[in-house]
Design a protein around this ligand. Structure first.
Ligand code: NI
Ligand code: MN
Length: 229
């Protein structure tokens, strides 16, 4: 079964049974929750980016350069990365899925800002996204940065583990994350995108109480690894 490691904020790495290394929303250098850097992920095969904001994308190009990994993101971010000299890019867009060698990944809608960090020209504004990963029989939803969306109801029955933002201010807060859970109905929810800045400070015990028996709340500490099953 795949192993998923949290690095704080929205950054995760995963290794599948076939040895594929994945990083989602790489943010290391400025991330207060981790001491790791792009040099610690030289074996990565795929980098998935939900959107272009610096706290999800700042280390994507350096990591792609260092590892040679394929950068998977929206068409606009993939084209920008290509212009920046990244050789291996895989453009996708909202609603589309692709059967990667390690499993299927579908890009999902997110409602958020579209700026692409590092794009001085401003030509590559994108639509933010999330992903549903099918990893060794477990489906994992990384919501990205998003508001509560009624479209999340379409994920019902498709998600075992949901990584949902609870930070409020820039994304859903705890109350809307609970409403998202009611639409998606995953077995497990892992709160993300909180406690990184004062603006997104949250109490995970309070979130656990609000979720109640709707799902199992698994609060991952930065550096913690979860076996997906
Ligand atoms: Ni963002
Ligand atoms: Mn963010």
């Amino acid at each position: 079964m795949a192993k998923l490691t949290y690095h704080g904020h929205s950054t995760f790495s995963a290794v599948t049974d076939d040895g594929t290394g994945i990083v989602i929303d790489p943010w290391f250098e400025e991330n207060p929750h981790t001491e790791l850097g792009v040099g610690d992920f030289a074996e990565v095969d795929y980098i998935f980016c939900t959107h272009g904001h610096s706290d999800h994308f700042a280390d994507a190009l350096p990591l792609a350069r260092k590892s040679g990994a394929t950068l998977v993101s929206t068409f606009e971010i993939a084209m920008f990365a290509g212009e920046e000299g990244i050789e291996n890019v895989h453009p996708m867009h909202i609603g589309g899925g692709f059967d990667f060698p390690f499993g299927r990944v579908k890009m999902t809608p997110a409602l958020h800002g579209g700026q692409v960090h590092g794009d001085e020209s401003g030509r590559w504004t994108t639509v933010p996204a999330g992903f549903v990963f099918h990893l060794d029989g477990t489906s994992l939803y990384h919501a990205g940065d998003t508001a509560l969306l009624s479209d999340m109801r379409f994920l019902e029955g498709m998600v075992d583990i949901a990584l949902l933002p609870i930070g409020d201010n820039f994304t859903m807060g705890p109350d809307d994350a609970v409403r998202a859970l009611e639409l998606i109905n995953p077995r497990v929810v892992v709160p993300i995108h909180y406690d990184t800045f004062d603006l997104i400070a949250q109490d995970t015990d309070e979130f656990r109480r609000k979720v109640g028996n709707r799902a199992r709340v698994h609060v991952m500490k930065p550096g913690e690894t979860l076996e997906l099953d």
